[in-house]
Design a protein around this ligand. Structure first.
Ligand code: PLP
Length: 453
């Protein structure tokens, strides 16, 4: 066992970190997390820190659940790995496919497995294009995503997403992908009311479809609530209008449920919360609470019929599609979610409890808006409380400061530009919710005082 400083030095010498500013890393060193239980992380110096982000929006049932470890151990002892290619399958993956068909909206009875949300979206990319080719419309190939959406880091994921900083690296997006505006009323709504803005942004989709040509557009992909983009909760008018447009134009709808799925909004899927009727739903993260890597694409009966029921082969798959140990982890995780009624707990108990207290932080002098649905929330930090059009001089610097102060105070929050994000495990207790809000308040005070110095 190495002491913290040696681990940091070895890590710095050999480990390339995802999404990490190396300048910050070199100045401050890595934080080394050694254990976790429930909503609590422990670092290599023995500090306890509340995991306000459920890892990366994924640890729904909390850390360290022995039920999942035991299920994985049992599965690994029986069949640690076998593939699902060439007409083979195995019991845990069959059980998981059946379970997902039960939980998904009634018209979605099929699942394709992979290992992550990014792979799920790569799968989506190929599925929608192949589907239209199978339907005799091979010219329908363009996929429309949204600016500031996030759909993963693979080539297709980066392209479908609308993160400009990601696009700048590696010459993205690949051809055949377009982006439309996001329904980000706080940041981009101007003088419009939230409802007006919802319709205004939805109509941008019509404009894009007309420019590209309706006969060329295969699909629209969006997160029910944009997560990594900053917990962008759309105006109430937005989704009904988008739904109507896609139906009218016969364009497939892909609801990326990688964050919103599995209870985050107090429903099994974000689509259920907003009354969406997607054709495809990429899933990952909360499916196994992150205990082992597993993702998938839930596929509607209509798309499945076009895609494979006509016969022939979809030349697509991963060595770990339907990995038995990962499927066992997912099944044990879903069993916990059901037996502990975590969906009901988020919808009717801890969700409303935390939302009320979180939204009250909107009164803080540094806060322009505090919003939350289910257990997914954001706080917009602003220099001038009365005017949301005024931004900080160096975008992101106050957010980063606040994030670091929060960590020092014992709470992991994420900074997206100058908004602070939380997405805690769904098992959060009332006392932990109180502590989360108190620590956030303390951190906002500290950030505010720091700015006044
Ligand atoms: N889609 C959404 C909405 C996500 O938030 C993420 C990850 O944060 C992904 C896809 C990519 O998932 P993964 O990191 O498992 O590849």
């Amino acid at each position: 066992i190495y002491p913290t400083a040696s681990l940091q030095a070895i890590d710095a010498a050999h480990h390339i970190h995802p999404f990490t500013d190396t300048k910050e890393l070199n100045e401050e060193g890595t934080r080394i997390i050694t254990r976790a239980d429930g909503v609590w992380l422990t670092d290599s110096d023995g500090n306890r820190i509340m995991d306000g982000m459920a890892g990366l929006w994924c640890v729904q049932v909390g850390h360290g659940r022995p039920e999942i470890a035991d299920a994985v151990h049992k599965q690994m002892s029986e069949l640690s790995y076998y593939n699902t290619f060439f007409k083979t399958t195995h019991p845990p993956v069959v059980a998981l496919a059946e379970k997902l068909a039960q939980l998904a909206p009634p018209h979605m009875n099929h699942v394709f497995f992979c290992s992550s949300g990014s792979e799920a979206n790569d799968t989506v990319f190929r599925m929608v294009r192949h589907y239209w080719a199978q339907m005799g419309k091979p010219e329908k190939q363009v996929i429309i995503g949204r600016w500031n959406g996030y759909h993963g880091s693979t080539v297709a994921g980066t392209s479908l997403g609308g993160m400009k900083a990601m696009h700048e690296q590696g010459n993205m997006p690949i051809p055949g992908v377009h982006h439309v505006d996001q329904p980000y009323w706080f940041g981009e709504g101007g003088d419009m009311s939230s409802d007006e803005f919802g319709i205004h942004v939805a109509r941008k989709l019509v404009q894009a479809i007309d420019e590209i040509g309706e006969d060329k557009v295969a699909a629209f992909i969006a997160e029910p609530i944009q997560g990594a983009g900053g917990v962008i909760i759309p105006p109430e008018t937005y989704w009904p209008e988008v739904k109507r447009i896609l139906k009218e134009r016969d364009i497939l709808f892909v609801a990326d449920e990688v964050i919103c799925g599995f209870g985050r909004l107090g429903t099994w899927f974000g689509s259920e919360y907003f009354g969406l009727e997607p054709d495809l739903m990429p899933i990952a993260k909360g499916l196994s609470s992150g205990y082992l890597p597993i993702g998938g694409v839930l596929v509607s009966d209509r798309v499945c019929e076009g895609l494979i029921d006509k016969g022939g082969e979809f030349y697509h798959g991963y060595t770990y599609s339907g990995h038995p140990a990962c499927a066992a982890a997912a099944l044990a995780n879903l069993e916990i979610m059901e037996s502990e009624n975590l969906i009901g707990y988020v919808a009717d108990d801890i969700g409303p409890y935390l939302q009320q207290r979180w939204k009250a932080l909107g009164d803080h002098p540094l806060v322009g808006e505090a919003r939350m649905v289910g257990l997914m929330g954001a706080i917009e930090l602003v220099p001038n409380k009365g005017d949301r059009s005024v931004k900080f001089a160096h975008e992101g610097s106050v957010g980063t400061m606040c994030r670091d102060l929060s960590f020092q105070n014992g709470l992991v929050m994420r900074a997206v530009r100058d908004s602070m994000i939380i997405s805690p495990p769904l098992v959060l207790s009332h006392e932990e919710a109180d502590l989360l809000v108190a620590t956030t308040k303390k951190t906002l005070d500290a950030t505010y005082n720091e700015l006044k110095r």
